[in-house]
Design a protein around this ligand. Structure first.
Ligand code: SAH
Ligand code: SF4
Length: 407
């Protein structure tokens, strides 16, 4: 092929041949990788165990550090794979110690610039909670939620969910032999920075059931990241058919985003309610596997001024939950640019909480954390939309070209 001078001067377009990362993979996924590079089947189980320990217990980022694995195999692994984590494109630290990371996922194809998602670390006196995302954006359109306004949506892969925890541990110095970055909160009981995980970031976890289930398998494995299932909470807006399977297959704690006590209002706030009304939702909760006084369901209730915050609604809430081992979590509404709602006044929230408390429920009001960096519940929304608009344009151009050629 003849190149013009101008073209010849340009560096040859590099084929985007990324080596896949092993970070975040399940045991089966690691075994597949070993099979790909010709590790004999009888050796794979042992090798998976070694990789597992280095990747998840020690958090190493370089195959050369895996000293229990022979040099030859280490070199082979490095030739075909990486241990890369998603790129941290922004880190914000709130005045209250909350940290928000914007993570760019590896591109899924030649036209994909890599979706961005957010995850948030919330240090408290007795625990450190990581709030993870299960999807890019959300297909549901709860009217009070910022994430619901993001148009581009896709499920995150198992690896993309697990690596959120790995990035957070990495950034906090929460892997053995790593030091904490300056200004990081250091647990004073010698415990780990991240003791709990909540699926309360972007997305509806029960619409990504398999991805979330497999990620929880990796996260809770006691040879690796070691976060027990009782310390993992999955929050759902009410995907009724998946609630039983969640308890059966994942065995985590459950949180329900209730937010209203009448179908008419809940239809408006959480449109999924039109498909699965309150009665069906509460029935699924009553049947949640493993439910007991020690394993209660958390009902989340966002406090919206003049919308769902009356005394009568507090009393109805208590009546509805009768007989379900429950905790009620009142969430002050976190505003975001362009929202039509306001947070209830503090006295109103206290009054509501008092009614719930007198009925015998713990009713902690969730202190908003990281509001100054838009890291609080429902404020997450990545800029992926902009990228997607560009990507869509490119795609349309491609299609137009293809159509011209075809005719
Ligand atoms: N999709 C899941 C999990 C992510 S949302 C769900 O809806 O449960 C996590 C929690 O934040 C939910 O209870 C959600 O209703 C709440 N939330 C959403 N937007 C909010 C906002 N602006 N202020 C306060 N809480 C909000
Ligand atoms: Fe999606 Fe949950 Fe936000 Fe509703 S509240 S739009 S389900 S992320």
């Amino acid at each position: 092929m003849n190149l013009s001078v101008a073209e010849a001067a340009l560096p040859a377009a590099e084929p985007v041949m990324r080596r896949p990362s092993l970070a975040g993979r399940t045991r089966a996924g690691l075994a597949e990788a070993l099979a790909e590079i010709g590790v004999p089947e009888k050796e794979r189980r042992m090798r998976v165990g070694q990789l597992w320990n280095w990747i998840y217990h020690y958090g190493v980022r370089d195959f050369q550090e895996m000293t229990t694995i022979g040099k030859g195999l280490r070199a082979q692994l490095a030739e075909h794979f990486t241990l890369d984590l998603p790129e941290v494109t922004a880190e914000q630290v709130s005045t209250d110690g909350t940290r928000k990371w914007l993570l760019r996922m590896a591109p899924t194809g030649p036209r994909d610039r890599g979706a961005e998602i957010e995850c948030v670390y919330i240090p408290e006196v007795d625990r450190g909670t990581l709030c993870v995302s299960s999807q890019v954006g959300c297909t549901l359109t709860c009217t009070f939620c910022h994430t619901g306004t993001q148009r581009l949506v896709r499920n995150l892969t198992t690896e993309e969910i697990v690596t959120q925890l790995m990035v957070a541990r990495d950034r906090l110095g929460d892997f053995p032999n790593r030091s904490a970055p300056e200004g990081a909160f250091v647990p004073n009981d010698g415990g780990r920075f991240i003791s709990n995980i909540v699926f309360m970031g972007m997305g509806e976890p029960l619409y990504n059931f398999d991805g979330v289930r497999d990620a929880i398998g990796v996260i809770s494995d006691d040879q690796g990241l070691s976060l027990g299932r009782r310390r993992i909470t999955v929050s759902t807006s009410g995907v009724v058919p998946q609630i039983g399977p969640l308890g059966g297959e994942m065995g985590t704690m459950l949180a329900i985003s209730l937010h209203a006590v009448r179908d008419e209002l809940r239809n408006e706030l959480v449109p999924l309610n039109k498909k699965y009304p309150i009665k069906d939702l509460l029935e699924a909760c009553r049947n949640y596997p493993g439910l007991s006084n020690a394993k209660r369901i958390t009902f989340e209730y966002v406090m919206l001024k003049g919308v769902n915050d009356s005394d009568a609604e507090a009393r109805e809430l208590v009546r509805l939950l009768k007989g379900i081992p429950a905790k009620i979590n009142l969430i002050p509404f976190n505003p975001w640019p362009g929202t039509r709602y306001e947070c209830s006044d503090w006295e109103r929230i206290e009054r509501f909480s008092e009614i719930v408390f007198k009925a015998g429920y713990a009713s902690p009001v969730r202190t908003p954390r990281g509001r100054d960096i838009l890291a609080a519940c429902g404020q997450l929304k990545s800029e992926t939309e902009k990228l997607s608009a560009r990507a869509r344009l490119m795609l349309e151009q491609d299609e137009a070209e293809a159509a011209t050629v075809a005719h």
